[in-house]
Ligand binder design. Structure first.
Ligand code: S3P
Length: 682
């Protein structure tokens, strides 16, 4: 997240697409690469289930920057798991795996948590039985735990009463696995991620309206599936929480959500938002891996939210976003009517009931119908305790409402958000802090001209002697970006304090007023940073004076000093791009930087470089002694209480031991290039 022209954030990868990629990758012939896999509870549960079926899944333990690799054994090669597969809260994982399992000559028990064990399974069991699989419920009819006995299947044509992508996908997977043609007809068009992915893997899926039903046919299933090579786009459904936050909370900060999936079968909320008066700009960036993706930019809402009517054909395209519509409706002018949404009663909770109960509890007038809600918007203060009913979307929808002016809500079980959006509450807290810090609205939206207002941030950190200063400066020069040298900024504060009445005594007790009085400012000449103290430009030599060198680490460890420089550093993110160098760039200052790099090198090489920097060719024993010093420093740096040196989440580690400075620069430039082309909207 950064604030150049407003606020820029990213959301985790799409869980619908991820779970499909995991299951289809496990049916492919060969190794699939899936980048940007989100680590939410649902995808992890599905990945564990796939691994329990004997499929090799690698890379899930990492922080998320490494792609996940799945070695698909082929269509009917899964092996008997040791016990039941626990899908936790994942309805998508359960239903899609059931379809795939129907074609495997295995007997597998599926179970889940309390919420998943309430959800109807007969909708997939019935067509799978018609194809020849056995499906038995082990405790109560129609719900998990259930046992699937698979094997040879016959072809089926399924006429679904409701549009359900999970049912459709289960049947397609059974057909693919068993090598038999299948057709699914539904009254409305549901999300088509499975169809797109199957096409990308070499299967032909024919879709279109047949009479008044949407038909999806797999007429000639291939004998094998090609492995996948794709990156998961951000989850549109997760992004909508921050669209709602922007619409409810501020109206003053434009919010940009980067790299979000824009599959048209998922984005049905956008026209509804437009009718409500929320201005969302869609900036497409192509369709890598067959799934359209791009940025969403919310300029806030000026004239106030308007009530809407939502129903019929529109519902499948926003099925997971009804909680968002409901919380926006609570603050809209007039009565919002949602109909044709009976399916919401069988999601992670009975969402219609959960919305009605909670909205009423906090002071909103609601009427509940079998297939919808009527919500009367209000401007009065809303407060109370929200019950999540094990449902991530209920928790997050009320979370954003609670973060808006005039609301005081307590969410009873915030942890449920983790199934789709780990880190949701932290991100919400951060965006709130930004809006409170309150940059004035920068005026007319700069995105009117392509590329304007979009600053690509490259965060570079690394251990002492890893080469970060020279490299960061060179990368900035190569790309025409600004170079933020945070070390120089801390040196400037140190120098200013040394020259003030306080001197270097008791720097820990420095007050905000004293820091304000230093009037530290930044400016750039051809991308190079210069610091002003009390209006006067500081020469570089002054920053390198030995009295500054000996005090700077104490000064930079003072939390107030770090806080004081936070906004100043963030304000550096303007123009086409910024290379931000320093120990907390990727973790604190720019946690949503487009590219995060952590430079490292073997300790003796780092020692050698540091000695060389001091201007002499070191002898081997000097290198040893310096290496020992560096080791102690690393230890201190990584364990210090304030701004410890740690690898930022999502950072790419570059080992520079064998790289000369131009080589290091090149590696980072290559990491940035995809972002440079992707900002040219099509
Ligand atoms: C999903 C389909 C939808 C949706 C769910 C994910 C999917 O469910 O609500 O969150 O990944 O296929 P239905 O297929 O039951 O409508």
């Amino acid at each position: 997240m950064d604030r150049g022209e407003g606020l820029t954030i990213r959301v985790p990868g799409d869980k619908s697409i991820t779970q499909r990629a995991l299951i289809l990758g496990a049916l492919a012939d060969g190794e699939s690469r899936i980048g940007a896999v989100p680590r939410g509870g649902d995808p992890l549960a599905t990945a564990r289930a796939v691994a329990a079926l004997g499929v090799e899944v690698r890379g899930l333990d990492g922080a998320g920057s490494e792609p996940v690799r799945i070695r698909g054994p082929g269509l009917r090669r899964w092996t008997q798991p040791a016990g039941a597969l626990d899908l936790c809260n994942s309805g998508t994982g359960t239903r899609l795996l059931s379809g795939a399992l129907a074609a495997q000559p295995l007997e597998v028990v599926l179970r889940g948590d309390a919420s998943l064990s309430q959800r109807p399974m007969e909708r997939i069991a019935a067509p799978l039985r018609r194809m020849g699989a056995s499906v038995d419920y082990l405790e109560r009819p129609g719900v998990l735990p259930m046992r699937i006995g698979g094997g040879a299947l016959t072809s089926v044509r399924h006429d679904g009463e409701v549009a359900s992508a999970q049912v459709k996908s289960a049947i397609l997977l059974a057909g693919i696995g068993a090598g038999v043609p299948v057709e699914v007809r539904e009254p409305h068009r549901s999300r088509d991620h499975s169809e797109r992915m199957l096409e990308a893997m070499g299967a032909e899926v024919v879709e279109g309206w047949r009479g008044d039903a949407w038909s999806v046919r797999l007429a000639d299933p291939p004998a094998r599936l090609e492995p996948l090579d794709m990156d998961i786009p951000g989850d549109f459904s997760s992004a909508t929480f921050f669209i709602a936050w922007a619409a409810l909370a501020t109206g003053q900060l434009p919010v940009t959500i980067r790299s979000v999936g824009l599959n048209p079968t998922r984005t049905g909320l956008l026209p509804v938002l437009a009718r409500m008066g929320v201005d969302v700009e869609v900036l497409p960036r192509g369709a890598p891996g067959g799934e359209p993706a791009g940025d969403l930019r919310v300029a806030g809402q000026g004239a106030g939210l308007q009530a809407v009517e939502v129903g019929g054909d529109e519902v499948p395209g926003l099925i997971d976003e009804v909680p968002i519509v409901a919380v926006l409706a609570a603050r809209a002018d007039g009565v919002t009517r949602i109909s044709g949404a009976a399916e919401l009663r069988v999601k992670e909770s009975d969402r219609l009931a959960a919305l009605a109960v909670n909205l009423r509890r906090i002071g909103v007038a609601v009427e509940e119908f079998p297939d919808g809600l009527e919500i009367r918007g209000t401007g009065k203060p809303l407060s109370g305790r929200v019950e999540c009913f094990h449902d991530h979307r209920i928790a997050m929808a009320f979370g954003v409402l609670g973060a808006s002016p005039g609301c005081d809500l307590a969410i009873d079980d915030p942890g449920v958000a983790d199934v789709s959006f780990p880190g949701f509450w932290e991100l919400l807290a951060r965006v709130e802090r930004h809006s409170v810090a309150g940059a004035p609205h920068p005026g007319p939206t700069p995105a009117a001209s392509p590329g304007a207002g979009r600053c690509i941030v490259v965060a570079v950190d690394g251990s002492a002697g890893s080469g970060k200063s020279t490299t960061a400066a060179a990368v900035a020069r190569r790309l025409g970006f600004r170079h933020l040298d945070s070390g120089a900024l801390y040196r400037a504060v140190t120098l200013a304090l040394l020259e003030s009445e306080r001197g270097s005594e008791d720097v820990e007790d420095v007050t905000p007023a004293e820091l304000d009085a230093l009037r530290i400012g930044l400016e750039w000449h051809d991308g190079t940073m210069h610091v002003r103290i009390r209006g006067t430009l500081v020469p570089d030599e002054a920053l390198r004076e030995s009295r500054v060198t000996s005090e700077v680490s104490r000064v930079s460890a003072v939390p107030l000093v770090r806080d004081h420089l936070l906004e100043l550093q963030r304000s550096a993110a303007a123009g086409p791009g910024l290379v931000a160098e320093g120990r907390d760039m990727g973790t604190v200052i720019f946690p949503s930087a487009e590219v995060k790099v952590h430079l490292d090198a073997e300790i003796r090489e780092r020692a050698r470089r540091r000695l060389l920097q001091r201007g002499r060719q070191p002898a081997p024993e000097e290198v040893d002694a310096e290496a020992a010093r560096l080791e102690r420093r690393d230890q201190r740096d990584s364990t210090r209480a304030i701004a410890p040196l740690s690898r930022a989440e999502g950072a790419v580690t570059v080992d520079t031991t064998e790289l000369d400075p131009p080589g290091q620069t090149e590696v980072i430039v290559q990491l940035v290039l995809p972002f440079l082309t992707s900002v040219e909207y099509n």
